[in-house]
Design a binder for this molecule. Structure first.
Ligand code: FES
Length: 372
């Protein structure tokens, strides 16, 4: 039996895992402001004490992971930072029905509250020193890292950004005023195209779902793709897959397409093993983290991360949905099978890295090294 991973409630980095050097750490930060963005979304800003400024310095596009204990169980969620590099870390959160974190953050958290926040992670990040032309495509709360990317790269006078932003209606647009401010400040260097699926607009092309067909037409009409240096995508899986397909069809190099997923809501595929009768047996799983080695029995139907966390509560994780890459480790002995993987590239998988939140033990003994 496979267990279904919970969906990632927030926006979680997917393209590559966090850097392994200088492991991210949690610190209590005080909420300095909570701004309501729409009926169901808010931006939460954290005050960083002087002694932690270097640790919380972030690059445009990176994320923060928050943690809290609910009914005795530690829960974590990752949210993209929606502020330009160099400013106080701020996250944008849209409330999800029954969301353990999103309702708390959008409805209950107040300035002065203390929240456990991990130092910034994620390699979905833009370098403002390079300038260049950028195409950003986002839907819904996928705008959060895009706001950071656009506001940061545009500080370079040699940069230009086109943002295609899909929403249902005008009232559901997050950061509408800040995007308008960016447009006022940077003029022709920032082209902003709102696409609304449930609200008619003057231009027919801007009304409807931001699907593959509309993206193809918008990009062909508005974006000189030959001049684009980098493409940044953030939204649900369908939007990211559509955009990557369209960009591939138009001949844009895949290695310059950076993407981030959120809300992966499909259950992981069932695995069909050669020896299904072994699925209920336990495997001796050894984890190595910060130089410390721990071995414990883990049922073969349980992900390595979940099983090993019973004895090693310090193992890194965030989404538990195969999206963020925080739980990445290298298999140095034995074999595991991954149920889903939206975080690791083919090179990393070939080198033996796995997402431990998605890895089921296959052999009698398995060793995974988080320090590798
Ligand atoms: S915890 Fe996010 S991919 Fe495993």
């Amino acid at each position: 039996m496979t267990t279904t991973a919970p969906p990632a409630e927030g926006v979680a980095p997917a393209a590559e895992p966090a850097p392994r050097s200088g492991r991210a750490r949690f610190h209590p930060l005080t909420v300095s402001s909570v701004e309501r963005l729409t009926d169901d979304a808010a931006a939460v800003t954290f005050a960083v004490p002087d002694g932690l400024r270097d640790e919380f310095a972030f690059e445009a596009g990176q994320s923060l992971t928050l943690r809290r204990v609910i009914d005795g169980v530690e829960q974590r969620r990752s949210y993209s930072i929606c502020a330009p590099a160099g400013s106080a870390p701020r996250i944008g959160v849209r409330e999800i029905p029954d969301g353990l974190f999103s309702r708390w953050l959008t409805r209950e958290v107040r300035p002065g509250d203390e929240v456990e926040v991990q130092t910034p992670t994620g390699s979905f990040r833009a370098d403002p020193s390079r300038g260049g032309r950028h195409l950003c495509v986002a839907a819904g709360s996928g705008i959060t890292p895009m706001l950071s990317v656009a506001a940061t790269v545009l500080t370079n006078p040699d940069a230009a950004v086109t943002l295609l932003y899909g929403n249902r209606t005008t009232t559901s647009v997050m950061f509408a005023e800040e995007l308008a401010d960016l447009k006022n400040r940077y003029g022709a260097r920032f082209e902003l195209v709102h696409v609304l699926s449930r609200e008619p607009r003057d231009v027919d092309l801007f009304s409807g779902r931001l699907d593959a067909d509309r993206m193809r037409r918008l990009i062909s009409l508005l974006v000189p793709l030959d001049d684009v240096d980098d493409v940044w995508l953030c939204g649900p899986l369908g939007l990211v897959e559509d955009a990557r397909t369209v960009l591939g069809e138009l001949g844009f190099p895949a290695d310059r397409v950076h993407f981030e997923l959120f809300y992966v809501d499909e259950p992981p595929p069932e695995l069909h093993r050669d020896e299904p009768e072994a699925a209920g047996d336990a495997s001796a799983v050894t984890v190595v983290l910060d130089g410390r080695t721990t071995t414990s029995p883990v049922a073969r139907s349980v992900p390595v991360l979940d099983g090993a966390q019973r004895t090693r509560s310090d193992l890194p994780f965030a989404c538990k949905g195969g999206v963020c890459g925080t739980c990445r480790a290298k298999v140095t002995d034995g074999e595991v099978e991954m149920r889903r993987n939206y975080a690791l590239g083919p090179d990393e998988v070939a080198a033996g890295f796995v997402l431990t939140c998605q890895a089921l033990p296959v052999t009698d003994a398995v060793t995974v090294d988080f320090d590798a």
